[in-house]
Design a protein around this ligand. Sequence first.
Ligand code: F6P
Length: 358
Amino acid sequence: MGKKRIGILTSGGDCAGLNACIRAATHHACQRGWEMVGIRYATAGLMRRPADAVTLTPDLLDSSFLRRAGTVLGSVNTGDPFAFPMPDGGRADRSAEVIEGYRSLGLDALIGIGGDGSLAILRRLAQQGGIDLVGVPKTIDNDVALTENAIGYATAVQVAIEALDRLQPTAASHDRVMVLEVMGRDAGHIALNAGISGGADVILIPEIDYRLEQVAQKVRDVRAGGRNFALLVVAESVRTPEGEAVTRSLSGQTRYGGIGQYLGDRLAELTGAETRVTVLGHVQRGAEAVPQDRLLASVYGAKAVDLIAEGRFDRMVAWQNRQVVDVPLAEIVDRSHRVDPAGPLVRTARQLGISFGD
Ligand code: F6P
């Protein structure tokens, strides 16, 4: 097989393990005698002239990149090139510029590391521009369809568990109810997994409707049972009992945030318990990658290069049944992997006496 020149980019919100994936893909590609080109700031880098890219070599990406959080390539989670926000407030289709930028780099194929939104945009660009694309799933939300694990999720869960471990002693010392709000966008995976592992009394996730009175009753029951503190984990996209999403506008974009404080205030009123709220936020994205993410990222990075070598494009690497596999990108677009309310983890949580407020 001839020498290839491969591009790689990270798109969407950053997370732990991105650098480990870039490292793995670069090591494997260079081992084959190929060239690896890192595209900086994803599609935004391809809109710049000259296109913003840097040659990657194994010696640049030493073992510290296995653990290092963030992305050495930079990322964007705004600025869809098909509806790019313009200074006059309107939107413009700049996809042709992105494709032209990609072509200017003389690449044979592209590895796109992204969540479902980014992968859908990259796929559309690939189809329009005849780009040979392989996708790699990453997101702390773990909501990409057809894969059990996305890069960054395990580390985010670890951070949330550590937060619960630290909230517990202070909750016990002050007889308090501690509410921990975690990220996850429209999926409750972080809240559910951290809640079970961190000993929560209540886990609220968007996939299971709750009633505030049920949550208050659980807090009363815990206290009546002789325990002076309670831990509640809530996913950021959980709605108020009235069905409203709690969001904020940040630089013109809508983001979840605030349901924890809302619930904390209401629970204090209903139970009389002293309540404190912690919003974990971007701390979940910036931690050093845990072993599971280092491994997953390494496997995915190497597998993505394999797919290019095999000429198998328009596919995403995935983790299923303890194996690395690949699935059609077409099948992950417009789908989402959310918590199964009848699944084994929810069942386990209930068996442990954890309340979902339902
Ligand atoms: O998708 C990852 C994520 O961290 C979500 O969990 C969260 O809702 C969102 O991104 C935050 O986005 P931003 O970094 O733009 O504030």
